[in-house]
Design a protein around this ligand. Structure first.
Ligand SMILES: [Zn+2]
Length: 334
């Protein structure tokens, strides 16, 4: 089986759509003749025409492995003999019955699935769509089995993953894209207004060489809303935030508040949010951290004022940070 050209085209389109994918997030798969092509862990969908980002796996062996309670994917499950590993979300793709499966951390979807009781709120937006949802479970086999259960009982093609994103299955890459994009557009209800920052506001803060301006101007928006600043500083909303913005976001009211930095090691610096001024990031912030922060601010900017947020727990955080496969993904991105 060769990689269908439609899979390449759609992968690039999704990878370049900032509403759907930020940095290395998101993955797509295609099954045929007992094999499954899936995006490799840590690669970017937008790079699909620059280099090979797909791993060819033995779909039948993966399904057997999952049935035998094999916790993590083994090398014997993939056919390509190189250093790439299949996405850490491979079991989810493998268990879905559809030929093509697309999973993204869509910001419009996330702005809802991080809220308490979001199901009631969005049922009118998604009226007529064949959708279901699952509670938050660490990505991996347990989540995949839960999804499979829902598909088997409700026959849904669209699954919203609480505090995580969306997964959609269909016959072709074009179909899976059209469905995902359609849901994403239906779930867009507006965002914070763009606010222009004043660079001189940062002068004093930037005398601390530990900080710099963020790459994307968009991220400053949340600093101009009290409610949204608190959402950003209060906890973790989704897995990539835990992994790539590990030290959190700290609200800093004045330069003298930066004293706390003295007690921290370089790799422990949080993002700082200065109310009504903007956001600064640690000097050692990398591309993947910038992209995750952009995704986070797009999500938060889309959360309505009157909503109640459901944060991930300490247990969820520890589970992710101590997961071997996740460590591999972090290593590739650093
Ligand atoms: Zn995911």
């Amino acid at each position: 089986m060769e990689i269908p050209s439609s899979l390449i085209e759609i992968t690039e389109k999704v990878g370049n759509d900032i509403n759907l994918v930020q940095g290395p997030g998101g993955n797509i798969s295609y099954k045929n003749d007992g094999f499954m092509y899936i995006k490799a862990s840590g690669t970017k969908m937008s790079d699909v025409k620059k280099r090979n980002i797909f791993v060819k796996t033995d779909h039948i062996k993966i399904i057997k492995g999952i049935e035998n309670e094999d916790k993590d994917l083994k090398k014997k499950y993939w056919v390509d003999n190189d250093s790439m590993r299949p996405s850490i979300e491979t079991s989810m793709h493998a268990l879905m019955p559809h030929k093509c499966v697309l999973h993204v951390h869509c910001v419009n979807t996330l702005s809802w699935v991080v809220q308490e009781n979001y199901h009631h709120k969005i049922s009118f937006l998604l009226k007529g769509q064949n959708w279901s949802s699952v509670p938050y479970i660490k990505p991996g086999i347990s989540l995949s089995k839960e999804i499979k259960k829902i598909i088997d009982t409700k026959n849904s093609d669209i699954i919203l993953l609480s505090n995580h994103g969306i997964v959609v299955g269909a016959e072709t890459p074009c179909e899976v894209y059209a469905i995902t994009k359609g849901i994403s557009e239906k779930l867009y209800q507006g965002e914070l207004n763009k606010t222009k920052i004043s660079l001189t506001d940062f002068d004093k803060y930037l005398s601390f060489k530990e900080y710099k301006l963020p790459k994307y101007e968009y991220v400053h928006k949340i600093a101009f809303s009290n409610k949204h600043s608190i959402i950003a500083a209060n906890g973790d909303l989704f897995p990539d935030q835990i992994v790539f913005l590990k030290n959190g976001i700290k609200i800093v009211e004045s330069v003298s508040d930066l004293k706390f930095l003295k007690t921290l090691r370089n790799e422990e610096y949080p993002v700082i949010l200065i109310p009504d001024k903007g956001i600064l990031v640690p000097y050692n912030f990398k591309e993947v951290n910038e992209n995750t922060l952009l995704g986070l601010s797009m999500i938060i900017s889309r959360i309505p004022d009157n909503s109640l947020i459901k944060y991930l727990t300490k247990k969820d955080r520890n589970e992710l940070l101590n997961w071997d496969l996740e460590k591999h993904r972090q290593k590739i991105n650093n």
